[in-house]
Design a protein around this ligand. Structure first.
Ligand code: 3HC
Length: 296
């Protein structure tokens, strides 16, 4: 498979990451099937993309014909319908090892022989996912950052079995999507989350110890470190369930106590306060997404 052979991309998982990936692929000329377990969820994902594009049109950043063309290239679908037609399948499901293993087995069974299977996983081993398939050399990590349409980076993750050819094709695809690419070997957390999780987790320990308020910790990162968001604001954007899942992978697979997820993070997830998507995480949000309070 060469870069020019890629015409159709299937994205599995129509949550915020999957929808963002589908939007960017369709905006750059690819035919995209956005899939989820139920087609209704994929329809909801597509409706969210239409809203994002409408916002860009309102701001004068996107022409209406470009919006229409992007939407025309995008369909809500299911794996059974979309996989056999796809040149690349990008998995962007919930950060759960068993689920991703099952999805990779399905994708390998349904996809055409030359298709590349990519995962947007934040921390799960690409080597493990590749090992579930009969095309391990054509399995790779394509780790997009949230919010996908805005963030410039894609972290490519090379599994032990990933071929040079697959790496080059996916590097080319990332460039076509106008992303800047970095390459990580397959180690827990790869490059970005290996740095991010200890940072957010340390902010949680600092809060648990009563060293400062969440607002001051976030302000410290914003103005003291020049980060666009503080650690709690960012965790609420990404999703606390995802943050916890990544922290657990780091702790389990690197085996060091310093990676243990804070009790506070565990408790917020146990309470179902998962961040912006549930309108409550470290902070509480109104229907418009404005911060109106804090949980702890
Ligand atoms: N989807 C699409 N566009 C969005 C968006 C979203 N969810 N959120 C914001 N934007 C756009 C806005 O429309 C705006 O566009 P414009 O400049 O064309 O008008 C632009 O982004 C800036 O937004 P705002 O002015 O509303 O707000 P900010 O200037 O505060 O920027 C932000 C918002 C881009 C989210 C910025 O705060 C930021 O960069 N935050 C850090 C994000 C980050 O670190 N992401 C990586 C997380 S780690 C990760 O994803 C890995 C995973 O595995 C955990």
């Amino acid at each position: 498979m060469e870069l020019a052979d890629i015409k159709t991309i299937a994205v599995i998982g129509a949550g915020q990451m999957g929808a963002g990936i589908a939007q960017v692929c369709a905006a750059h000329g690819y035919s995209v099937a956005l899939c989820d377990a139920a087609v209704e969820r994929a329809e909801t994902g597509k409706a969210g993309i239409a809203k994002q594009l409408a916002r860009l049109v309102d701001k004068g950043k996107l022409a209406t014909d470009a919006r229409d063309a992007t939407l025309a290239r995008l369909e809500a679908s299911t794996a059974e319908r979309a996989y056999p037609r796809a040149d690349v399948i990008i998995e962007a499901a919930t950060e759960n090892r068993e689920l991703k293993i099952a999805l990779f087995r399905d994708a390998d069974r349904l996809a055409k022989p030359g298709a590349i299977l990519a995962s947007n996983t934040s921390s799960i081993s690409i080597t493990l996912l590749a090992g579930q398939t009969k095309r391990a050399e054509r399995v790779i990590g394509m780790h997009f950052m949230n919010p996908v349409p805005v963030m410039k980076l894609v972290e490519i993750v090379r599994g032990l079995q990933t071929s040079e050819e697959t790496l080059n094709v996916i590097r080319g695809l990332g460039e076509k999507l106008e992303k800047t690419l970095i390459v990580s070997h397959d180690r827990p957390g790869f490059l970005v989350n290996r740095m991010l999780l200890p940072f957010v987790n340390e902010a949680c320990f600092t809060l648990e110890e009563g060293t400062g308020t969440p607002e001051d910790i976030d302000q410290g990162a914003r103005l003291g470190l020049n980060h666009p968001m503080g650690p709690f604001e960012l965790a609420d954007l990404v999703g606390l369930d995802t943050m916890l899942a990544i922290a657990e992978v780091l702790q389990r697979e690197l085996g060091e106590d310093k990676y243990r997820p804070s009790v506070l993070l565990r408790n917020l997830v146990a309470a179902g306060w998962l961040g912006r998507k549930t309108k409550r995480g470290f902070y509480i949000y109104d229907d418009q997404g404005n911060k109106i309070g804090r949980s702890v």
